[in-house]
Design a protein around this ligand. Sequence first.
Ligand code: ATP
Ligand code: MG
Length: 243
Amino acid sequence: MDLLKVENLSKSFGALWAVNNVSFTVGEGEIVGLIGPNGSGKSTVFQLITGLLRANRGTISYDGKDITGFKPYQISRSGIARTFQIVRPFPEMTTLKNVMVGRAFGSSSARSMKETEDEARRLLDLTGLTDKVSATAGHLGLIYRKKLELARALATKPKLLLLDEVMAGLNPTEMMETVEFLKTVRNSGVTMIVVEHVIKALFSMTDRVVVLNAGEKIAEGIPQEISRNEEVIKVYLGDYEHA
Ligand SMILES: Nc1ncnc2c1ncn2[C@@H]1O[C@H](COP(=O)(O)OP(=O)(O)OP(=O)(O)O)[C@@H](O)[C@H]1O
Ligand SMILES: [Mg+2]
């Protein structure tokens, strides 16, 4: 079954169509990659799905329901979570508190403070932040803030998770660990759309890939097909080292 269905989605900023007539679906339990050159509209698609931007045209259905025009909090309550490309934790709070806040405002809140804290600690362990539990989020390095973004998004107990470049800046070992971790997240029943420029890592975890260029969908298929698609190579993959 389709968990998410995006149809003819369009968003303009002045004269620029950042997203232009884009349609795709995401099946329950799938990991779908969303790729394309800088400025091709990937993050804008996430803003539209999560209600931070309103589409000029098009519809978004989730779990069989039309959620076009829903407010961000309604979308979050319905089980869609995201990370931000530009990470934005609550800077004065510890990493633990940041994750606990995510848990408190998610799709179903925990029974008690103790349970909230236990779950937050477990997520910090799983995302590689065990040593940073008491660190102030604003003082964390970029990599750790990215991990915190992921832990915060997971804390809301999403059914659909949108990841915007969570692997940027990680070393190869950390990247592999993240891929393995995200696979276990998927196996726990979370559907994902993953935006990532690290193509090798992305292709190793995605069932299907949607390619954007200048706001338009130019290809869709399994990773092996996409890696051989001439237009995709020309506008995007040719410029990237993905050995
Ligand atoms: N709030 C905004 N106001 C005006 N233009 C915007 C806004 N947000 C995005 N854009 C423009 O829309 C286009 C798509 O941007 P978007 O951030 O979605 O690209 P992207 O695919 O995520 O790129 P990257 O890989 O660099 O993150 C770009 O030309 C960008 O400059
Ligand atoms: Mg982006």
